[in-house]
Structures are given as C-alpha cells and as structure tokens.
Design a protein around this ligand. Structure first.
Ligand code: 9L3
Ligand code: MG
Length: 135
C-alpha cells in the first residue's frame, strides 16, 4: 500500500530557565489531548523554516528570525493514512510573548519531565535528542 508523505515542522522553544514549550492538541483535532512540540504542515512552495516561522506567529503570536532556528533531528512515523516526516528545530530566541492563539493549552516543562506528558507517537522519539542537547 502506498502512503502519501506529509511534511510537518516542529520546534522545541527553550526559555532562559531551560524549559521547553509543549502544546496540548485541542478537542476535535486528531490526536486530541496529546502534548506536542508546536508546529504544523509545510505548505506547497514553502521552506520548512518559513513554515515554522508562519506557524509560530499563527499559533503562539511570536516572531522568530530564521537564523534562530537550528535543526536538531527529525521524526519519521507511519500513521494509518499517511507517513509523517517531521524535522524538529530548536529555538532559544524570539520576539513577543508566547500566548495560545488557537485555544490550545501551553506548558513550559523541564526537559526531564517531558516524558510525563503523553505525546503523539511521532513526537516521543524526539525527546531523547532534546535531552542529549540540553543535558
Ligand atoms: N503532528 C505531530 N506532532 C506535532 C505536530 C505539530 C503535528 N508536533 C501531526 C498531527 C497531525 C499532523 O501532524 O496528524 C498535522 O498536524 P495538524 O495540522 O493537525 O496540527
Ligand atoms: Mg499546528
């Protein structure tokens, strides 16, 4: 069976206390209730970085400069109806205040506590790379 490829970008925003931002997927969306690294789909013709910058403004109301996005690792996960390929960036500098623009619940979490929050299967394997980097 062939599966279409879905390209999604996500980011670990890390604040000055070394906490990481996670967002809870709202009711009505797929994977509702699970906690994820913020991000979203890359639109046709968009670079991954441009998509992430757009998503961060839409979802969190912040402005990120492209050089502040450092690629860290990526997820590759076969969901039932598509295969998700999802680069994870890390970002420590942005402008504006993080606020939930799409009804999502946000939480700043110490890296070692990330595993306490149930995540979509694509996101979970990304935690190790993040822990290695922030340790
Ligand atoms: N997804 C998984 N982990 C993430 C993000 C941002 C997205 N950190 C998955 C959930 C959906 C798909 O990617 O199956 C598209 O995301 P959305 O557009 O429904 O948020
Ligand atoms: Mg999104």
């Amino acid at each position: 069976m062939s599966q279409s490829l879905l390209l999604v970008v996500a980011v670990a925003l890390v604040d000055q206390d070394m906490r990481v931002l996670i967002a809870q997927r709202p009711p009505g969306k797929t994977l509702a209730g699970l906690w994820e690294f913020p991000g979203g789909k890359v639109e046709p013709g968009e670079s991954p970085e441009a998509a992430l910058i757009r998503e961060l403004t839409e979802e969190l109301g912040i402005t990120v400069a492209e050089p502040c996005l450092a690629p860290l690792t990526f997820a590759s996960h076969a969901y039932e109806h598509f295969h998700l390929l999802m680069p994870l960036y890390i970002c420590r500098r942005w402008q504006g205040f993080v606020s939930p623009r799409e009804g999502q619940t946000l939480k700043w979490v110490a890296p070692r506590a990330l595993r306490d929050y149930p995540m979509p299967p694509a996101d979970e394997p990304l935690i190790s790379a993040l822990l290695d980097l922030l340790a």
